[in-house]
Design a protein around this ligand. Sequence first.
Ligand SMILES: [Zn+2]
Ligand SMILES: [Zn+2]
Ligand SMILES: [Zn+2]
Length: 272
Amino acid sequence: MEVTLLGTGDTTGTPTVGCDCDTCTAARENGVERSRFSVHVRNERTDESLLVDVSPDFRRQFLDNDVALPDAALVTHIHFDHLDGLGNAFRLFSDLPVHAANETDPKTGESVADTVRGKYDYLDALSVHGQRPLETFEACGFDVTFVPVSHPPLVCYGVVIEGDGAKLAITGDTNYGIPDESRARLADADLLLADAIAPASFCEHHPLGGDHHDADGTPRTFGTKHMTREGALSLADELGATETRLVHVSHFFPADEAFAEPLAVDGEHYAL
Ligand SMILES: [Zn+2]
Ligand SMILES: [Zn+2]
Ligand SMILES: [Zn+2]
């Protein structure tokens, strides 16, 4: 399994358009980027590629990285930064299966699969396959499972991808309140990609502060939707992955922490 981190940033990305904070300035000066979230997973055995989330930065990501266009895609939830690149399928694909969860979101009255189907109904190349959370299905020769996470107010899913003895676990966009059954599925991966949008110290700037505080009072959730760096590291400790990279990273990290380990940047490559 070959894993390429195409997009490691949050919704605004780093550098953020129009932002001259120290972190965005350092990113520009060093030619480092965190575009909107997407992960490319190649199956060496079948020579197929699976794309996890379809970033609005799809075009630039595939120009910048030496990876094949995907044979199938997954969509974890319907936020812009994970879904809205799907329009790039126009004229690039004659057939692209897209897998997404099929359980109804009480907030929208439809499943992620329904929303993707409705929104991209004009693209004949797409076929949307609804998948039941926690039930494993096959894509690109991999065993793939959507696991429910916690990203209010929308439903959202982490992803477990297994094949040939390798295991990749992706938390998806989530706060620290991931259900136990999903934690069990995400455990013991060779590589864990965990949402860590901001340092815990930045919660004081969020209108809702933080949540899921640890014994020392450190918030493991930033606002309501994402994990703090400290929350992601605490989760990583519990899940026991061989290697952990923090993703969905915002420009709210101070410049001297924003590019420190284990925060990922675009273009990282892992062979599992
Ligand atoms: Zn900035
Ligand atoms: Zn989201
Ligand atoms: Zn997101």
